[in-house]
Design a protein around this ligand. Structure first.
Ligand code: URA
Length: 255
């Protein structure tokens, strides 16, 4: 049937219905499925008798991610490997891969959580409201993604309805993140919010962890409040400012 709707409008309508609580797609006329002819394919007799029982091949998504990530020897190759990776369900609900933005090889690499609606649309991390705040925060300490910051996320695909990433999704995509860091070669990592802290440091409790240097992936790591949290809790910007100054001092000292 020709609906006249383009893909994105149809998808927006479907998402709206899911938000309203629809759980099943049904037609507007009842269907008596018992009265329908059986059209399921029948196994051919000879084949059915002789075919050896086939064991379904078990694919270990983490092992697959590890081997394809390790094989990438440049950021472009890593992006292609991630684009070709089919094991993460999030890929099917997202418009596109959100790989990274900014300056590869910069001293500072920021790791956010996952793309939101704007990022999914544009294919770049941190371009929505939280991203605009992040840019202002960075500018306050003379950092700019166009010159001296590289930005990515723990997950490269938008989770449906912006839900929290699941631990198995984080675990599956972590080999890509590790390879991403190794290929981008920053001097320090900034992990924004609890999800990134958990993925990179294996720890939660951003209020306690923020501003304190830690170590992961062979690099110094500083956890900070996520800018989306700062938009909701602007009174926490004072602590975020202190953390930015801490980062600036570290960069000065190390230069
Ligand atoms: N929040 C994130 O953690 N990452 C983005 O790219 C956008 C919002």
């Amino acid at each position: 049937m020709e609906s006249g709707l383009d893909y994105y409008s149809a998808r927006a309508l479907l998402e709206w219905q899911i938000e309203l609580g629809a759980t099943e797609a049904i037609g507007d006329a009842p269907v008596d499925r018992y009265a329908l002819p059986d059209t399921s394919p029948k196994p051919k007799k000879a084949e059915a008798a002789t075919a050896a029982p086939t064991k379904p091949k078990a694919v270990d998504p983490v092992a697959t991610a590890l081997s394809v990530a390790q094989a990438a020897s440049s950021l472009d190759q890593l992006r292609s490997a991630m684009e070709a990776f089919e094991q993460c369900e999030l890929k099917r609900g997202a418009r596109q891969l959100v790989f990274a933005d900014g300056t590869p090889g910069a001293r500072v690499m920021i790791i956010g959580e996952a793309p939101g609606r704007e990022e999914d649309r544009e294919g770049k991390p941190f371009v929505g409201r939280a991203g605009q705040l992040l840019d202002r925060m960075l500018a306050a300490i003379d950092l700019d993604r166009r010159e001296n910051v590289y930005i990515t996320n723990v997950l490269p695909w938008r989770p449906p309805q912006n839900r929290d990433p699941k631990p198995e999704e984080i675990g599956m995509m972590k080999p890509f993140l590790e390879r991403h860091v190794a290929l981008a070669k920053p001097e320090v990592l900034v992990v924004m919010g609890n999800i990134s802290c958990q993925a990179v440091l294996g720890k939660r409790g951003i209020t306690r962890l923020r501003g304190n240097w830690d170590q992961a992936m062979d690099l110094p790591v500083i956890p900070m409040f996520h800018p989306a949290y700062l938009l909701r809790q602007p009174q926490m910007k004072r602590q975020a400012w202190a953390d930015l100054l801490e980062l600036k001092a570290r960069l000065r000292g190390a230069s």
